[in-house]
Each structure stands twice: as C-alpha cells, then as structure tokens.
Write a new protein. Sequence first.
Length: 289
Amino acid sequence: MQGIIQAMLYVFISIFCSVLVSILLKVAKRYEVNMVQAIPINYVVAALACLFIFKPSLNFPTESPLGTYALLGLLLPTLFIILAISVTKSGIVRTDIAQRLSLLIPLLAAFLLFGETISNQKSIAIVIGIVAVLFSIPWKHNQSSASYSWVYPLLVFIGMGIIDVFFKQLATFSEIPFTTSLFWVFVLALFVSLILLAYNRYIQHNHLNLKNMIFGIILGAFNFGNILFYLKAHKALSTQPSIVFTSMNIGVIALGSLVGLWLFKEKLSRLNYMGIALALLAIVLISLA
C-alpha cells in the first residue's frame, strides 16, 4: 500500500511537470520568448540534472546504437519547436491528446516491424486511439490565418511516437544503462539545438536575450522533472507498471484539458470532446491488455 501511495505521489508530480511544460509553451508567444534560444538552455539543464542525479558514465559508449542516438538528438529539439507551435496554434488540450496517444505508434511498430503478436483488445485500443486523434484535431481551417493548425498536433502525434520507438530500443539495449543513454541523447540534442541557435543568431540576426535564457532554465527544470518522477514512479511500483502508465497518461489528458478549457478558454467542438473521451478509453484498454 505504501508503495502505491509513493508511486502515485511521483505520478502526480510528473503530471504536474508535464502540464506546466505545456503552459510554459502556451505563454511563450505572449511574452515574446524565442524558443530557438530557450531550447538549448533547456537541454543544458536536462543534461546537468541527468549527470548529477543519475551519475552516468562520461565516457561516450562507442558500443551503443549510434544511429539511434543521432536520430534522437536530431528529433528531440526539432519536435520541441513543433510542440511549442502546436500548443500555441492548436491549444494545450489537443496537443496533450496527440502527445499521449503517440504511444499507439510503438504498438503498431512492434506489430508491423518487429513481428510481435497483437491481441484483439490492443487492436481495438489502437483503432479507438487513432479515431480519438482524428476527432481531437482542429480540422476547420481559419481563413484569416495563414497556417493550418491541424498539421501541428498530427506532427506531434507522429514525431512523439517515433521518438518513443527509439527510446524503447535504447531501454532494451542491456549493455548500457538507460540513464547513460539518456544523458548522451540530451548532449546530442544540445549540440543540434546550438546549431539552430547559431543560425538564429548569425543568419537571422536575433540577439541573445536573458529572458529567453531564464525561460529555458525553467522549461528544462520541469521537462526533466517530468522524466525523473515518471521513472521514480515506475521504480516504486515496478511490479505494476500498468498503474503508473494509465495514471500518467489519463492524468495529463485530464489536467491538460482542465487547464486548456478553464485557464486559457480554449474552444473545442463536440467532436473534440468525443476525442478526449475516446483517448481516455484507448489508454485504459491498452493498460488492461
């Protein structure tokens, strides 16, 4: 019983950190934060926190899957920018649903690419989850806007799913501790984001701003906090991972929806509300399977 209470406390903190990241991305445009400048600082914080808390090896693991490291290093900062745009243009509710239901892609990859058998319940959950994503996306295009807001949650869904597949591959690579792999992925993501920062500074002539740096520190702290306490929850309840998995995903969608609807007055259609309900149902079915 004590283990469940401790795990749920960690899950709650992880949910809180995850939704706070979405809130920060939502208000970034209002305060004219340059995300290309904030993201490198975010990865500096994440890498340093990973170094001091998990104490990974500082010798680069040459026997590691270098291709997976490189792809994650490229995808993480790129998707972070897309995530920020999605939260701004499509809202916290839709973006959180897309982000959480991206777990469907590893399930499909396991079935289509790695030859794993899939149960009827998982098949139903995947279908419901995909319908939930389609229902939650804002398909109606605002003619006064030059951008199609439905594109961004869809990219978040696909991108986060691909990243999840790569992280699962790292988790199964027993020769290297996962936390060591996580540290070096953060370092590579920092390197890629510094290239983007150099382009922003010297090609686009945007001067470095202290406000962007401070924003990056706060963003990095909550972003790493989300990862840290999610891992702690799994460790505290290692024999019942489905409880952690279900609580985390349902919690983020529920709290993200409340914040989006009440705090930021995001407007959802009836189809979008059906998407939220189907997303929760899909997560429960996957955890039960």
